[in-house]
Design a protein around this ligand. Structure first.
Ligand code: E4P
Length: 219
């Protein structure tokens, strides 16, 4: 499973990229707004840090404006994937511009039926939101499993990008379900490293090693 970072914060992206395990980035209008920098400028900066697919989301809701925005975002960098909402206009934009070679991430997907629409429109990615379904007492991970099965049944080329992942457990479950990509907030990527037995084991190894060599030096 590829790891994308779900942030528009450059500091977090630099730290993640430095570990050598980040394959791409997803942003949304809320994440861009948090950084207070216009989307074009911020996406260019992100593309300079991470060499992988970078999702940049339109804010237009009507087809004609969406097409214009999508073309503008796609022109920013070859790695830009245009993110559109799973609406009638979003799907129409995806179906139309995919034919021109623009790549799409269809976002705000909350049902298996919606995911079929994204695949039929030729999206590169579909983003089902796990955490937001869990928030309303529905099983977000079951949606990932259903979409993976449906895409496999019909050989759809659209990749399942598990979004709204809130914990290391979500990441492992998305991988088990067969998601092609998991997009993680920086905090969750950082939490993935942690295990008390790793810390305990390393501490013991270093103590044993130091003790052995201190004893050799004392002889
Ligand atoms: C990513 O593409 C989504 O916008 C993001 O994962 C949503 O996460 P949230 O539900 O934690 O805001």
């Amino acid at each position: 499973m590829k790891f994308f970072l779900d942030t528009a914060n450059l500091e977090e992206l630099r730290k993640g990229a430095d570990w050598g395990i980040v394959d791409g980035v997803t942003t949304n209008p809320s994440l861009i707004a948090k950084e207070g920098i216009p989307i074009e400028d911020q996406i260019r900066r992100i593309c300079a840090i991470v060499d992988g697919d970078i999702s940049a989301e339109v804010v237009a809701t009507k087809y004609e404006e969406m097409v214009g925005e999508a073309r503008q975002l796609a022109r920013l960098h070859k790695n830009v994937v245009v993110k559109v909402p799973l609406t009638r206009d979003g799907i129409k934009t995806t179906a139309q511009l995919s034919k021109e070679g623009i790549r799409f991430n269809v976002t705000l997907c909350f049902s298996a039926g919606q995911a079929i629409l994204a695949a039929k429109a030729g999206a590169t990615y579909v983003s089902p939101f796990v955490g937001r379904l869990d928030d309303i007492a529905q099983d977000g991970m079951e949606l990932i499993r259903q979409i993976c099965t449906i895409y496999k049944n019909y050989g759809f080329g659209t990749q399942v990008l598990a979004a709204s992942l809130r914990s290391p457990l979500h990441v492992a479950q998305a991988a088990l379900a067969g998601a092609h990509v998991g997009t993680l907030p920086f905090k969750v990527l950082d939490q993935l490293f942690n295990h008390p037995l790793t810390d305990k084991g390393l501490d013991q190894f270093l103590k044993d090693y130091a003790k052995a060599f201190q004893e050799t030096a004392a002889r």
